[in-house]
Design a protein around this ligand. Structure first.
Ligand code: SF4
Ligand code: SF4
Length: 229
């Protein structure tokens, strides 16, 4: 069940929804303050991790060890990864006050100052976020579409939707069967592999996620209905 903060967030996004043709004012001033001492950790998806590892030229396992912290999500019951912080409160991916993965920032960072939610019909809805970022005082205007294209968000959309589908399948299976994962147990390791670790960064991502979706369907076919899958 959604808690109050989730409900407030959903209300917030509904009030501030923007279309792809909407314009908003923003130009990053490179102050770096959104990458330091954050009150909320930044979630990083399997798609984010795939492209960030590729940009840095390191393995996904290495990336996860160096730049993420993992825990089991209370509501989804799934292994969740968030960006690790350095001891000084900076994001572990920050170097000389700049993001070290400029071309493949995690979706949550790349899309800022916009936010994105996926509706029940699978489509994304975009909204402006309340913030105190100096970049929003700029006079520079752009459309939502141009902003998403500039940050490779549109080219990754099919992959993000497929990955979210995989996430939802695992989450529903765990909730339906009242399974609570423990870090390191066999089911947990399997899900971590299918959501994060088990991808070859030299091959296209979408086909790999789709293959895992088919494997998961086969694995859960006796426990879940077709609609749930
Ligand atoms: S997005 Fe805003 S807070 Fe973050 S570095 Fe740019 S200007 Fe600073
Ligand atoms: S990944 Fe990059 S943009 Fe996102 S918080 Fe870290 S340094 Fe900032």
């Amino acid at each position: 069940m959604a808690d109050l903060s989730d409900v407030n967030r959903i209300e917030e996004y509904k009030r501030n929804t923007v279309s792809l043709n909407s314009q908003f004012r923003f130009e990053c001033q490179m102050c770096g303050s959104c990458c330091k001492n954050r009150s909320e950790a930044i979630l990083i998806t399997g798609v984010d991790i795939f492209y960030a590892s590729k940009e840095l030229g390191i393995s996904i396992l290495d990336f996860m060890d160096r730049y993420t912290v993992r825990y089991i999500g209370g509501i989804s019951r799934l292994p969740v990864a968030v960006l690790r912080e350095k001891i000084n409160g900076e994001c572990s991916l920050m170097e000389n006050n700049k993001c070290s993965i400029q071309n493949n920032k995690p979706g949550a960072c790349a899309i800022y100052p916009l936010g994105r939610m996926q509706e029940y019909n699978g489509e994304f809805v975009y909204f402006t976020q309340p913030n105190s970022c100096p970049g929003c005082l700029s006079k520079k205007r752009q459309t939502v579409r141009d902003w998403l294209q500039k940050h490779n968000m549109i080219s990754k959309e099919a992959e993000v939707k497929a990955w979210n589908k995989l996430v939802l399948m695992f989450s529903k299976m765990l909730i339906k069967n009242d399974i609570r994962l423990k870090p390191g147990d066999v089911m947990s390791q399997l899900i971590v592999t299918l959501l994060y670790l088990g991808y070859d960064t030299s091959k296209p991502l979408l086909a790999q996620i789709e293959e895992y979706i088919e494997e998961a369907k086969e694995l859960f076919k006796d426990e879940m209905t077709e609609e749930e899958l």
